[in-house]
Ligand binder design. Sequence first.
Ligand SMILES: C[S@@+](CC[C@H](N)C(=O)[O-])C[C@H]1O[C@@H](n2cnc3c(N)ncnc32)[C@H](O)[C@@H]1O
Length: 233
Amino acid sequence: MEYRYGKNINYEDFSSGRVLYHISGMTNFPVRLAQEIYGRCIEYSRKKNNICLYDCCCGGGYLVTVLGFLNQNTISRIIGSDIDLELLEVAKKNLSLLSEEGMDNRIKEIDNMIVNYNKESHAMAKESAIILRSMIKTPIQYEVFQADALKEIKLEIKPDIIITDVPYDQLVDWKGSGEGLVNRLLDVLYGACTSDTIIGLSMNKKQKVKNDKFIKLERQKIGKRKFEVLRKR
Ligand SMILES: C[S@@+](CC[C@H](N)C(=O)[O-])C[C@H]1O[C@@H](n2cnc3c(N)ncnc32)[C@H](O)[C@@H]1O
């Protein structure tokens, strides 16, 4: 796959655990790939700005927070849900960084770490935090809530774009059992979308998307992952 939207630059300011919060059990999604999937979704979307972005398996909110920073001109709202309450607490903290106030609080935390431990990693975190703060143009509204994405998702606002990195075997398992869980997820997402919602699903190569309720707009393989872009039929 040739990248069209994810620039080939250094994304280390977004390293999980540096400025963005990290706890064990969280996965790190490649930033360049996240931006590529978002770019392709928006290419198919009728709506090009004021985007409501939703991740139904948001974990610690890393993917959506990074997209929030990189797409200040187009994203106005982010919604995240996950089955794991502990990860959702981290997602809230990460999404709070998308406002100047939230980032100022994070910079204070990092300053305290510099005073108490004086590690080089903390000095680097401060530099990255200042860079990320300078990227903020307007605060992005956000909300997170607990939901089992294989059962029912109740959304008051229907998202324009859904991007999700679905669970995969050893890394982070699906909390649910049975065959074809990606397709069950799509059945649930069907009720959460409008006919204009564009879905970017990232998964490992073993998972097969076959759901007649959706039209496949694109399928790309990249390393160990693949992603598909879909819309309601
Ligand atoms: C690959 S991780 C996604 C990580 C996330 N994109 C991030 O940036 O941190 C998959 C997530 O799916 C969640 N999950 C597993 N089963 C689920 C279910 N039935 N409903 C909702 N979320 C689920 C896990 O808790 C995990 O956070």
